[in-house]
Every structure is written in structure tokens, then in C-alpha cells.
Design a protein around this ligand. Sequence first.
Ligand code: NAD
Ligand code: ZN
Length: 353
Amino acid sequence: MKEIKINLKNPYSVIVTSTNSHLNFWFEQKKVGQLFIITDQNVDSIYADYFRSFEQKIIGKYIIKPGEDSKRIEIILDIYRALLKNNVDRRCTLIAFGGGVVGDIAGFVASTYKRGTNLVYIPTTIISQTDSSVGGKNGFNLDGIKNIIGTFYQPNLVYIDVNLIKTLDYRNFKNGMAEVIKYGLSLDENLFRFIEENKRAIKEREIDKLKYIVSECVKLKAGIVERDELDLGERHILNFGHTIGHSVETMFDFNILHGEAVAIGMVYESYIALKRKLISEDIFDRLIKILEYFELPTNINIDNYKRFKDIICKDKKNVDNNIKIVLPQGIGRAIITTDVKADTIVQNIQEYN
Ligand code: NAD
Ligand code: ZN
């Protein structure tokens, strides 16, 4: 078991382990009393017994339909009503037991219900273990705009049991691997090399390898979040692959998974970096190879480049019409820049395709 401390105003721990048997200890440490669980139908059916030893503490459970469509205000309101009905008060702890969708919903509910209740994340996907459960961002979608409403709200504890990853379907598994590869290429050369050298064992989901990659990603994210909790500067570095990736998601109406779009985004953004001699051909090839090994897409057919450019220009992260983009600089380093024009991005994608 590994404990990674997140040193914010209210510090908390991220536990990385491969069993649920330390939960009891941590619940006692954190003086966790009554529990209200928020989960989704898939996780609930596979892990019906996960909290068996805490049965007497559980005062209610809300089960959402799996998928992004649940990240909307109607569901949030319905959860508030369920909490009221179950007499949930501020001493009670909400448990977010699921992937990023459950986490984003539960985090928002915890931050607003009675002006803030206790919150424990028990993330069950690679995306939620390495990314969404660390850093305090939560939220939901409105009128087709992703994550447009939300807060920053840090949990009391994040309990990561990598064994849960074993039941994830392959598409969601590799979807998460795209973000892990992102951490390696943009922030940590050793992690990138580890993924290359252990790709087969990772694909076979060997527990030790999963534990290693998840805890390395958590450490990387924790460090950045500690220095820039509110996403005002350095935290943007985590968006490597995301400027173009988000536009791909919008263009294809979210019929593509986030990690798949990020994989494509990483390739195009790295191609721009290659053109600027920030990375070598060799590094570019290594990125393509590792994405292909995990059967992630490395390009996408765009039939309307004008529309694609419009979407890029509308990205909510742009400042004064400048596109904010993260470009790799070698392996394990990246820069945030605003001097790449939308036209250049589109030209490079066209050239690469
Ligand atoms: P998800 O929560 O939709 O989970 C993916 C699928 O896997 C679902 O069908 C779910 O039921 C199933 N599942 C979950 N755990 C499982 C398990 N252990 N075994 C079998 N099936 C399981 O998606 P996700 O990829 O975890 O997260 C994506 C969401 O996270 C997006 O809404 C995104 O906006 C959000 N996100 C938020 C942040 C943040 O900082 N708040 C960061 C990254 C992503
Ligand atoms: Zn992402």
C-alpha cells in the first residue's frame, strides 16, 4: 500500500493499493461515520459486495445510469432529493464509487449539499484513478457543453484499489492508458520508458504494474495541483493532447471516448512539435508505436476543416483569441504556448493526414 499526501489547505491522502481491506483502517483514521454511496449500474452490479463489512454504516445509495449523459442537472437534483429523504447531514460521508462520471457528479453534490459534506473517492477506472479523483475538479454538462458548471472541492480521502481495473472492458482500459501515456510523454521520461518496457504486462493488467503506473500518475498530478490548485497556470500542462483532443470530441459529437480523442490530439500536437524541432522523429515514432500497441487511434478523418478550425477557436481555454496548446519538448517535458495559430494547427493536421 502506498500513501501519497496532497498538501493543500486541507491536506488529504491518496491511497494506492490492490484490495479493499485497508478501507476500514482509513475510515477510522478519517473518523468516517455514516456513508451514502453514489455509484453507477455497472459498478454496482459487479461490486455489490465491496462494502459488505460496512453495511451497518451505509444509510443510502444512489445508482446512476452509466455514461456521460448522466452528468446533468436533473440527476444532481434527484440526488439532492435522495440525500434529503435519507436525512443525510454534513457529518455523513458521500462515497463516489465509480469512474469519472460518478466522481464528477458526486464531487459536485458533496461540494454543494448543505454547503459541503465529507467526500471519499473510490475510483474504479484508469481515468478516474489517475486523473479525475485527484485535484478537486467536479462538474456536469449543460446544453452540450462539457463540464461547464462545477466547483473545486477537495475530498477527505482518495482510496485507489487497482484491482478494480481488472473488470474494466478493454475499450475503457485503453482509453485510460491514453492519459497514462500522456503523463509519461509530457511529464516523466521514466514513466514513459516504463510503459514501453512493460507494455505487455500492463496490457495483461498485472497488479504490480498497474499499481506503479497509477501511483506515478497520481504523484505527478498531485505535485502540479499543489502548485496550481485553481488551474491558473502550471496545471494547464496536464492538457497535452487536449486542445486538439477536445475539438475532436466536439467535432464527432462525443461519439469517441475522451482518451481516444486525447490519443489523436497527442499525435497532432506532437507533429506540430516535430515540425518545430521540439522533438525528434524518433520520439514521434515512439509515441505512435505505444499508442498503436494499446490499439488507440493515431489520426482521424476530418471532412470539414473549416468547421474544425471554428471549434478550435471556440475552446474555453483560449485567452484573447490565442490558442493555448501544450507541446512536448523531448520526453518528459512540455511547454505551454499561445503562439501556434489555428491555421497552423489545421494545416499540420491536413499535412499529417
Ligand atoms: P465512466 O465513469 O463513464 O466509466 C466508463 C465505463 O466504465 C462506464 O460504463 C462505467 O460503468 C464502467 N466502469 C467503471 N468502473 C468499472 C469497473 N471497475 N469495471 C467495469 N466497468 C466499470 O468514464 P471515465 O472514463 O472513468 O471518466 C470520464 C469522465 O471523467 C468524463 O465525464 C470526464 O469529463 C471526467 N473527467 C473529469 C476529470 C476531473 O478532473 N474532474 C478529469 C478527467 C475526466
Ligand atoms: Zn483528459
